[in-house]
Design a protein. Structure first.
Length: 319
């Protein structure tokens, strides 16, 4: 990964427990790493020499040394990965099934560490389902989207009656407060479309805690959707990245929601958003109280739209 992408996609903030305030707070990585964390900080972060050189050129001596959170030494120079692999292997053997775990890891300045296992449960999965024959695509413009993966949910042929679409450019133009407001409106729409075959589409990552990476919804604000679609775009910088070990992901799987990521512009991907954008936005009809968000959120009533997926070939078609 090049330096620019390292800076862009690495973790920039951490949640910490303030013993003085007795509350959970969010702090910048550089601020935390530069302090005495009573552990070998180089296990988790690498000094950003390029940024440091620039800071020195500008004579900005009051700024703390910048770091890139990359975990290189932790993953490359310690027994941590091997130990985690052993823990998962032992638990999977006992359960006779893949497992999902929660743990804490406490580190000392000599790079030694102790792992505490907090929770273990069988990894939730869905069956393949019966084979599905994808219809032939004579003209690619006849489809809404087509992709060779990734998606999660097995073989399906699913009708889609409504598409809830968050426009990436309009969403990007909002401040953080506006982006959180959009997430809350999605929750209202989620309740209104309960029992319908609805597909939720948006830029980047659903359920993120960082609005610049996607829409910061809670799981309960999209739990009634049949399909969740994350759209990546090189123009906007949004990149879907589902956290496979997170509670959010487990909730998606357990609820039976179908997940798909669309990497617009990549090979084996066809995507025509105008199939939705050119249709009437019925947001104000369904939820008049959400009318101020009509330029960001679109709700479209479809006519015979279906999603087909074949897990063996990792092929998905929506038309």
């Amino acid at each position: 990964m090049n330096y620019k992408d390292q800076k862009k996609f690495s973790q920039h903030f951490v949640d910490v427990l303030s013993l003085e305030k007795n509350e959970l707070i969010t702090k910048n990585v550089d601020e935390v790493i530069s302090d005495d964390i009573k552990a070998d900080k180089e296990l988790f972060a690498t000094l950003d020499n390029q940024a440091l050189a620039r800071i020195r050129e500008l004579g900005m001596d009051n700024i703390k040394a910048p770091y890139i959170m990359d975990f290189k030494r932790l993953l490359g120079n310690t027994k941590f990965p091997a130990l985690m692999k052993d823990i998962l292997a032992i638990l999977s053997k006992v359960y006779n099934y893949p497992v999902d775990i929660e743990f804490t890891a406490n580190f000392k300045k000599d790079s030694s560490f102790k792992i505490n296992l907090l929770q273990c449960r069988p990894l939730q999965t869905r069956g393949l389902g019966k084979p599905v024959e994808l219809p032939k695509l004579n003209n690619e413009k006849d489809c809404f989207f087509y992709t060779k993966g990734p998606f999660i949910g097995g073989n399906i042929r699913l009708p889609v009656d409504f598409v809830v679409f968050v426009d990436a450019q309009s969403y990007l133009g909002l401040n953080d407060s506006g982006k959180y407001s959009v997430a809350r409106q999605i929750g209202i729409i989620n309740s209104a479309l309960k029992g319908k075959n609805a597909m939720l589409m948006g830029p980047g990552r659903w359920g993120t805690t960082t609005p610049s990476l996607g829409v910061p919804v809670h799981f309960t604000e999209l739990c009634n959707m049949s399909v969740i679609c994350e759209v990546a775009s090189s123009e906007t910088g949004f990149m879907p990245e589902l956290s496979y070990g997170s509670h959010f992901f487990q909730d998606i799987v357990e609820t039976g929601i179908f997940y798909v990521a669309i990497f617009d512009g990549q090979n084996d991907v066809i995507y025509y958003p105008n199939r939705i954008l050119e249709k009437e936005n019925i947001l104000e009809t369904i939820l008049p109280q959400c009318s101020q968000y009509k330029d960001v959120i679109r709700i479209v009533k479809t006519d015979g739209m279906e999603i087909f997926s074949d897990i063996v070939t990792q092929t998905l078609l929506c038309r």
